[in-house]
Design a protein. Structure first.
Length: 214
């Protein structure tokens, strides 16, 4: 089995992705940054070996990647660019995470330390489940979503594409049928009812702070 992996994105959080990949048994072969003038720099003893533009001119068949970008839209662009060129964005599940054998996990998913994914959960492609999260039974998470740390995502919630759930948020089981596409749940929010497309909700109980155009 090929255990060589490349990391796209070099920022403050990249070491977390590197650590996750190494905990999953991969060897990080190099990093890619969006700026060509960063080539050759060292980051935690790993080398930036190229930029994204150069990478996406290559045939990426037989190459494996992880994406260290929090922004859902940028991460989705990188994910699709890799897949279109024959590369694979691997799913990384930390050894301390608990993922039910009755859960379905897509491609390019990162599940970090101490998180729990319950039975009858479906997680789509290119999603990030950060540290110490609980994804309760019946959840359906679509593609390109991000869940920050210490979140409780209650049962039977549909989390639509490009949704973001901030640290410490609680999504109440069976009360929240859907978090809409490009929705944003603020840190510490307690969500008790559905959230529409493009809505930003904050507070306890969560209320609409603003609605972004999609």
């Amino acid at each position: 089995m090929n255990k060589e992996i490349y990391i796209l994105g070099v920022g403050r959080n990249t070491i977390v992705t590197i650590d996750l990949a190494e905990c999953c048994g991969y060897r990080v072969a190099g990093l890619y940054h969006y700026l060509s003038d960063r080539m050759g720099e060292q980051y935690f003893d790993h080398t930036i070996i190229g930029c994204n533009d150069e990478l996406f001119e290559m045939d990426l068949s037989n190459m494996q990647f992880a994406i260290s970008v929090g922004d859902n839209d940028i991460r989705a662009y990188l994910y699709n660019a890799i897949v279109e060129r024959g590369g694979k964005v691997v799913t990384l599940i930390h050894p301390t995470a608990i993922v039910s054998k009755y859960a379905t996990i897509g491609d390019g998913v990162c599940i970090h330390a101490l998180s729990v994914v319950s039975p009858d959960v479906v997680i789509g492609n290119d999603c990030v489940i950060s540290h110490n999260n609980l994804v309760t039974h019946g959840v359906r998470m679509e593609n390109h979503c991000f869940m920050a740390s210490n979140v409780i995502l209650g049962a039977n919630t549909v989390v639509d594409d490009f949704s973001f759930i901030g640290s410490g948020a609680t999504i109440i089981s069976t009360k929240v049928g859907r978090l809409g596409k490009h929705s944003y749940v603020g840190a510490g929010a307690v969500v008790t009812k559905p959230v529409g497309d493009g809505c930003v909700v904050v507070g306890n109980p969560a209320k609409i702070f603003k609605t972004d155009s999609l």
